[in-house]
Design a protein around this ligand. Structure first.
Ligand SMILES: Cc1ncc(COP(=O)(O)O)c(C=O)c1O
Length: 392
């Protein structure tokens, strides 16, 4: 295919790794093409279709010919709706002028990191973490510093750890609550303590709240309740079930909005217009009722899957309270999670993600299970894993 074409990539591309889970998904799909019935527990997106009121709003927008660019920071109606939502759900005043609507949380992460990180600047993040974060920092010439976290801190960074890791080149700390891959959350006091450490050192705190609505024992919270002097990343992908619409947002202190606007204009002009009109319906009571019902379905799945996997020998030292992931220790069952995931797919057609996608800290001891498939399929998956472990 590349005959006669010399591929000469920028040197930085050597540091951008693919998602292993994508590779796994491709292999699972190849098995399915051969007629194999695969149980998917690797996919990080809701299995529900986008809620009907949102789809209908998108259709209406298309019918009305809303197909032109919006302002770079988003439709004023949507920025206002997001601002209203912070007031209604959390009692917080987050003015629409501080909301930047972006192409997914991915767009928000890219924008925010790009206005903060200079070449050589260090960005602290937990290990394990969402894999894109370190690659985005690399892309900007920054230095991702992955700090190992474990059950003792709920797989989250602690204020002490950040203080100890800080150097004159440290510029940004990234958190995620609830976290991918661990599903654990940071309490508001913990975020407050982390924020204080970062502020005392004149750094910037970026909190990814993309799984905000998907929490099960505790009320949803936002780090903006601790301080307005931080950056929040959010999205319509997960709780709102709109992955393919590519829509998210960032909240930033007012003084940064001009820079975000300028960069958005240059990077992608604006987030998708139809998606923005559709997302307005995500805040209606009709959509809210559907989304809340789905949250309860996720909780039901977690409440089945967690003890079922524990009975098979997987360990969850910290109870995950959010997102739709369980990050289970499998070292009592197998020496290497890569080989275990490999064998589960090849021999029992169960797809799960090994720890190596998420960092360097003990990845071989962990598997990530996503409960983004219905209860019946999860039961089937657990049964297949049980039979597999019996013969392993
Ligand atoms: C923690 C986290 N942040 C950001 C994203 C990006 O999501 P999107 O660009 O679809 O909003 C994901 C997707 O899985 C995620 O898990």
């Amino acid at each position: 295919m590349n005959q006669g074409v010399r591929v000469r990539l920028a040197e930085r591309m050597a540091r951008i790794r693919p998602f292993y889970v994508m590779d796994l998904l491709a292999r699972a799909r190849a098995l399915e093409a051969k007629g194999v019935d695969v149980v998917h527990m690797e996919i990080g997106e809701p299995d529900f279709p986008t809620a009907a009121p949102i789809v209908e709003a998108g259709r209406r927008a298309l019918g009305e010919g809303r197909t032109r660019y919006t302002p770079s920071l988003g439709l004023s109606e949507l920025r206002r709706a997001i601002s209203d939502d912070y007031r209604q759900r959390f009692g917080l005043e987050v003015g629409p002028e501080r909301v930047a609507v972006t192409p997914g949380a991915s767009g928000a992460l890219h924008l925010v990191l790009a206005i903060l990180v200079d070449p050589g600047d260090e960005v602290l993040m937990a290990d394990p973490t969402y894999p894109c974060n370190r690659h985005l920092v690399e892309l900007l010439g920054g230095v991702p510093r992955l700090l190992p976290v474990g059950p003792d801190t709920g797989y989250q960074l602690s204020a002490e750890q950040i203080a100890a890791a800080w150097t004159p080149r440290t510029r940004v700390v990234m958190l995620a609550s609830p976290s991918n891959p661990t599903g654990t959350i940071l309490s508001p006091p913990a975020i407050g303590a982390l924020h204080r450490v970062v502020q005392e050192r004149a750094g910037a705190l970026v909190v990814d709240e993309i799984y905000q609505g998907l929490v099960y024992e505790v009320p949803a919270s936002t780090s903006l309740a601790c301080s307005q002097d931080l950056f929040v990343i959010n999205s319509f992908s997960k709780y709102f079930g709109m992955t393919g619409w590519r829509l998210g947002w960032a909240v930033a202190p007012l003084g940064y909005m001009e820079a975000l606007d300028r960069l958005a204009q240059n990077l992608y002009l604006a987030a998708p217009t139809l998606s923005q009109w559709a997302a307005l319906a995500a805040f209606t009571p009709e959509a809210g009722e559907i989304l809340e019902g789905r949250r309860l379905r996720f909780q039901e799945r977690r409440d089945f899957l967690l003890p079922a996997l524990e009975r098979l020998g997987f360990a969850f030292p910290v109870r995950p309270q959010g997102a739709f992931y369980l990050y289970g220790r499998c070292d009592a069952l197998a020496p290497d999670s890569d080989r275990l995931a490999e064998a589960l797919l090849e021999r029992r057609a169960v797809a799960v993600t090994p720890g190596r996608d998420f960092g360097h800290h003990e990845p071989e001891r962990y598997l990530r299970f996503a409960y983004t498939t219905d209860l019946g399929r999860l039961q089937e998956g657990v049964e297949r894993i049980r039979r597999f472990l019996g013969s392993w």
